[in-house]
Write a protein that binds this ligand. Structure first.
Ligand SMILES: [Zn+2]
Length: 308
């Protein structure tokens, strides 16, 4: 039973291609979801306009359903100044110092919070997903890029400039492939889902294979796919070794598209990390459980936290 006073938060996870949106109750259960295209090519001002419209629409929907919207949470990619609520920089959405938190708060007449998509995804996995019985979780999202969130007691460390957790730019092979950041041999230039597909295309001539296809072909015994997959897993293990030296994680939760490979990724990665680790403890390596809803749920948690 809902009563007219039941609170919900408006939550939006803004990606380069789509926006995942929801009305979420304080206990983390979801009342309503919707998805919209970002259409980032229109430019950041048009995207911001869509965010304001969608958020207002969700608040209206809550009221129409007899609920009370109490806050809004927004997750965005790129560099995010969470303290001041500013989307500082984003390569795929185009934000440049956009004061998104205050724009949303003013438009809705509600308190709002802004977070980084991977950090809030980590918060959601740590509190509602794979890490919910852990105090300390390292969440690593492996998709088109690789980024991490170190979550302790339900809160993610953002760093002094809002850019903590960029484990994708740990240099694994200094003479390796060029990375989008300008360096060479970064972990994400070798082992992100897109890098794996790209490298398999280079060696096999198969143009449209995804990382998931490479994993499946590797499991089926195709030698080229097996070589690319093995090399990517080794690179990930090297990145995890550095991450473990920095964070001493008890549990590492792998999310993003590459984690869909499940044990085909986790089993060889555990073995490769075991072989490398010296005095550090090997973390429990598990797959994320919230899938692509983690960012939206995390945005909701951030909004709820901002009220307390
Ligand atoms: Zn890089």
């Amino acid at each position: 039973m809902t009563s007219p006073c039941d609170p919900v938060v408006v939550a939006l996870d803004i990606g380069g291609t789509g926006m995942k949106c929801a009305l979420v109750r304080p206990d983390g259960t979801v009342h309503h979801t919707e998805r919209h295209p970002t259409r980032a090519a229109r430019g950041p001002e048009a995207v911001t306009g869509t965010i304001l419209d969608v958020a207002a629409g969700l608040a209206d929907r809550a009221r129409a359903d007899g609920l009370r919207p109490v806050a809004a949470g927004i997750a965005v990619p790129g560099v995010v100044d969470e303290e001041n609520g500013i989307a500082v920089w984003s390569s795929n959405v185009g934000f440049r110092d956009t004061p998104l938190r205050d724009l949303v708060a003013d438009h809705l007449g509600l308190p709002a919070a802004l977070g980084h998509d991977v950090r809030v995804g980590g918060i959601a996995e740590a509190r509602l997903g794979a890490g919910r019985d852990q105090r300390q979780v390292l969440f690593i999202a492996i998709g088109t890029g690789i980024a991490a969130a170190h979550v302790v007691d339900g809160r993610a460390f953002a760093g002094a400039h809002g850019a903590a957790g960029e484990v994708g730019h740990i240099v694994i092979r200094p003479a390796g492939p060029a990375c989008g950041c300008g360096a060479h041999g970064c972990l994400e230039a070798i082992a992100s889902a897109s890098a794996i597909g790209r490298r398999y295309a280079e060696v096999s001539g198969v143009a449209d294979a995804t990382a998931y296809d490479v994993a499946a072909r590797s499991a089926a015994g195709e030698p080229l796919a097996a070589a690319v997959w093995r090399d990517s897993v080794e690179a990930l293990a090297e990145g995890l070794l550095t991450a473990q030296a920095l964070y001493d994680a008890g549990m590492v939760v792998l999310g993003g598209g590459l984690a869909e490979a499940g044990e085909a990724l986790l089993a060889p990665l555990r073995a490769a990390l075991d072989r490398r680790i010296t005095f550090h403890r090997v973390p429990r390596l598990v797959r994320a459980t919230l899938g692509d809803t983690a960012g939206c749920l995390g945005a909701a948690l951030l909004a709820l936290d901002s009220l307390s």
